[in-house]
Design a protein. Structure first.
Length: 284
């Protein structure tokens, strides 16, 4: 838009002449545009020339014929009599979501395949590893059953030997010896005797619901028996339960009673199975 100041004359303007000057002039250009020239009075009371250049652009949009026919339907209800198209006072228009497909999806799939192959190779490398505690395909230090089946950690063995030596000194001096360190003859139990005693009082519970945790086992399932420890086996990567637990009771009689009462019973919508963690010699 171009504003051009026009000099005003002091002579009085005739009404008819003023009307002729107010008529806009339209000029059609060779490039298809139109130039409109008009005059107006600004805020200072001076007459200015306004030049407008207009270009007409035709936009064609193809729509489905059924959509076009629906747009011609008469509106009803609170929209009765309104113009075609959505009324923003009563209609909420959702955001336009553009689907942008990735151009490097082949590279993404190739990277995922490489990751799967590396994980498979890592799992294959672990196949030659054998735990010295339970015999599983993992390192001994990461054994999930080391608390119930014993540990071969040298530091733990040394600490245990020191405890045995202290207990033997206590027996020699006539002091009290803890129950878990007593042998069959009333003296100090050896390391193998205490390990066999722990295994003799340990039961294995299988087919547990994945939602069951150690707190539920202690408070709901095993509340009537005195237990030393309860270990729920979990997936190392996901942290979810594998449906397997090892429970060490304070006595073999309590463990036997728990097996008789709980084996084959329903718990959390599943039938659980309770048995000794290691077969008894007299049952073989």
């Amino acid at each position: 838009m171009i504003l051009t100041r026009v000099k005003s004359h002091h002579r009085p303007v005739v009404w008819a002449e003023d009307q002729d000057q107010q008529q806009p002039e339209t000029i059609t250009n060779a490039d298809g545009t139109k130039t409109i020239i008009s005059y107006k009075t600004n805020e200072q009371g001076k007459k200015v020339k306004v030049t407008q250049k207009i270009k007409l652009v035709v936009v064609k949009e193809s729509v489905n014929k059924n959509v076009a026919s629906r747009k011609k339907w008469a509106k009803f209800g609170s929209e009765r009599g309104n113009a075609p198209g959505p009324d923003y006072r009563t209609t909420q228009i959702g955001d336009v979501v553009t689907l942008r497909l990735s151009t490097d999806w082949k590279k993404t799939e190739a990277a995922a395949e490489e990751e799967k192959k590396s994980e498979a190779a890592k799992a294959k490398s672990y196949s030659g590893i054998k735990c010295r505690t339970c015999g599983g395909a993992h390192y001994t230090a990461k054994c999930p059953f080391k608390d119930t089946l014993g540990s071969v950690d040298p530091a733990a063995a040394n600490a245990e030997a020191e405890g045995i030596a202290a207990a033997e000194a206590a027996v020699a001096s006539g002091k009290y010896v803890p129950v878990h360190m007593r042998g069959q003859d009333g003296g100090i139990a050896s390391e193998q005797e205490r390990r066999d005693r722990d295994d003799a009082c340990t039961v294995k519970i299988t087919q547990l619901n994945e939602n069951v945790d150690e707190f539920m086992l202690r408070q709901e399932l095993l509340a009537r028996w005195p237990i030393v420890r309860c270990t729920l086996v979990k997936n190392r990567e996901t942290g979810r339960s594998k449906g397997l637990a090892y429970v060490q009771f304070q006595s073999e009689e309590a463990a036997q009673n728990a097996i008789e009462r709980l084996d084959g019973q329903g718990y959390q919508n599943l039938i659980i199975h309770v048995e000794w963690s290691k077969p008894k010699k007299n049952n073989v």
